[in-house]
Design a protein around this ligand. Structure first.
Ligand code: NAD
Ligand code: TYD
Length: 337
């Protein structure tokens, strides 16, 4: 049995990861350490919460005492570090918590892993650390790190810290850098769930600037399969880009969502642009593909169809987020334990 510490496992990608790994693999025991910020939702983990191979710990990755206690108690083989403040717009409104959780928090985990020893520490990174592209070109692992937002800057610092712990202390670190994810359980502040939910409620769809900023989209399960593969087979000290080569201008995504829901384009409202808005992301994942044999399994068309359907069918899930009721779930589920 491999003992795995997942941080941020109550968020979008982390909860999909925990559910997926517990479903697909019999040989993993998972401890999920999550602070339950606004983005952490234990309702995402209903299918896993009673699994014998799963424990939830409510706590902050910046809490060195707690983190060290968990390493000592469970003697983790692997760490998959998802926990982070993840929303660019929020980082523009207030950057401090981003540097606290994303940089200091990563350092606390690296320190504990160094002292207690692990087989692999996977730092979950983002392609946003490479900055912005013009009309052409792609991000490779050699592209210089030139982040533009407080969010991407804090993630760049976290990646650099993880790689420094490999070079300095020989900690077996691997880093993934993934493009924009979509799928079930994504907090409705990010483009795709926000637009689906607004359209379902016949509310305006706020498109930043001219709507021609380009993101490279990947279905969350494809990302998580890459994480699993890099964790087991990635070469230590290496960075692996993860992406499905699916570049789309934002306006195209928004129109597709309206079309799928049978809603009019008159709901689109162009609004003031995001400050420092990166124009285009495009990721080259050929290293991951040729070295480890990874390939995305889901086409954009099929996975978007599935995603829109999921939000239509799981209205209660997002209504509880919109109303704030999801925050009571921790008390209901764990309050008396
Ligand atoms: P999310 O915001 O949905 O979830 C983040 C989770 O981390 C939440 O459950 C939150 O409670 C937890 N968390 C935050 N601060 C914490 C702290 N100090 N201690 C413990 N837990 C804390 O984010 P997501 O979209 O699932 O992203 C997960 C990771 O993947 C992040 O590191 C993000 O940078 C990275 N990533 C995201 C994308 C994307 O498109 N969403 C793309 C590439 C990389
Ligand atoms: P987002 O989901 O916040 O991801 P990121 O900024 O990390 O790429 O945004 C994706 C794109 O959609 C980005 O170009 C900003 C744009 N966007 C809008 O136009 N309107 C919105 O309401 C949001 C949240 C994003």
């Amino acid at each position: 049995m491999k003992k795995l510490l997942v941080t941020g496992g109550a968020g979008f990608i982390g909860s999909n990861y925990v559910n997926h790994v517990l479903r697909e693999r019999e040989d993993y025991f998972i401890v999920n350490l999550d602070k339950l910020t606004y983005a952490g939702n234990l309702e995402n983990l209903r299918e896993s919460e009673k699994n014998e191979r799963y424990r939830f710990v409510k706590g902050d990755v910046c809490n060195a005492e707690l983190v060290d206690y968990l390493f000592q108690t469970y003697e983790f083989d692997y760490v998959v570090h998802f926990a982070a403040e993840s929303h660019v717009d929020r980082s523009i409104l207030g950057a401090q918590v981003f540097f606290q959780s994303n940089v200091i928090g990563t350092n606390v985990l690296l320190e504990a892993a160094r002292r207690r020893g692990v087989e692999r520490f996977l730092q979950v990174g983002t392609d946003e650390v490479y900055g912005s592209l013009g009309e052409t070109g792609v991000f490779t692992e050699e592209t210089p790190i030139t982040p533009n937002s407080p969010y991407s800057t804090s993630k760049a610092a976290a990646d650099m810290a993880a790689l420094a712990y490999h070079r300095t202390y020989d900690l077996p670190v691997v880093v993934t850098r993934c493009s924009n994810n979509y799928g079930p359980l994504q907090f409705p502040e990010k483009l795709i769930p926000l637009m689906i939910i607004n359209a379902l409620n016949d509310k305006e769809l706020p498109v930043y600037g001219d709507g021609m900023n380009v993101r490279d989209w990947i279905y969350v399960i494809d990302h998580n399969e890459a994480v699993d593969l890099v964790l087991e087979k990635g070469r230590v000290g290496e960075v692996y880009n993860v992406g499905a080569s699916t570049e789309k201008p934002n306006i195209e995504i928004v129109k597709l969502i309206l079309e799928k829901l049978g809603k009019p384009e008159s709901l689109i409202k162009y609004v003031k642009d995001r400050p420092g808005h990166d124009r285009r992301y495009a990721i080259d994942s050929s290293k991951l593909q040729s070295e480890l044999g990874w390939k995305p399994k889901h086409s954009f068309e099929e996975a978007m169809e599935r995603t829109v359907k999921w939000y239509v069918e799981n209205k209660t899930w997002w209504e509880r987020i919109v109303s704030g009721d999801y925050r009571n779930y921790y008390e209901e589920q764990y309050g008396s334990r």
